[in-house]
Design a protein around this ligand. Structure first.
Ligand SMILES: [Zn+2]
Length: 216
């Protein structure tokens, strides 16, 4: 209604255009105040993923459940044994482990090896247990997500504090080597990414300059 009034005003006075602008912005702000379920789901995905990767890391380093590659936890994904499509197991800790991009994306999760590793850890029956759970229809609302986000934020903080304390304790030579290797690899990737970005920028700028040359 307020917007309609502003529109009416603006018809007679073009200077009032900004009123519409401000009012539209205000109504947009009001709408975004309460987070949507999809936004909360994304938020929980991020927090849960960080938690899973931290849970299985030591001194910032973790390994891929299916191929064993050692990497900094930030470089790994949170791999799901039963696909993330199933909400009932999307945030099931038993269903999730750190996994490298190669196995998670290009290897489509390496389900057979994943199943083997989970069985080693939880015993026979874990695979059917997870499949059964995944089939359940879970109906959740925004407060369910808010609760979960709160819960995982808390446990993640606890893990980070624990990690900080353990860093103060001495690493074994093997752990130290692993950590160094992972850091070197991470730095290499970062450097390559920076280089690629720079090259891309240069290419863009060249293109832009050529275009302006043609115009003038
Ligand atoms: Zn892997």
């Amino acid at each position: 209604m307020k917007n309609a009034a502003a529109l009416y005003l603006a018809k007679d006075n073009p200077k009032e255009d900004y009123v519409i602008h401000v009012m539209t912005r205000m109504s947009k702000l009001k709408k975004t105040k309460k987070k949507s379920v999809s936004k909360l789901k994304k938020e929980l995905d991020i927090i849960f993923s960080q938690y899973i990767r931290l849970k299985y890391s030591r001194n910032d380093v973790s390994s891929c459940i299916t191929c064993g590659t050692i990497k900094l936890w930030r470089e790994l994904h949170c791999g799901h044994f039963v696909s993330r499509q199933h909400l009932a197991t999307r945030y099931e800790e038993k269903n999730c482990r750190p996994q490298c991009v190669g196995c998670n994306v290009f290897g489509k999760g390496q389900a057979a090896v994943f199943a083997e590793k989970l069985t080693q850890e939880y015993g026979e029956g874990i695979v059917s247990e997870l499949y059964k759970k995944a089939r359940a229809i879970l109906k959740v609302d925004s407060s369910w997500y808010e609760e979960k986000i709160k819960e995982y934020k808390k446990v993640q903080q606890e893990l980070e504090e624990k990690e900080k304390k353990s860093k103060a304790s001495k690493l074994s030579n093997e752990e130290y080597e692993e950590r160094l290797r992972a850091i070197v690899q991470y730095k290499k990737i970062q450097k390559q990414q920076e280089e690629d970005e720079l090259q891309e920028q240069i290419a863009k700028e060249r293109k832009r300059r050529n275009i302006t040359k043609k115009v003038s």
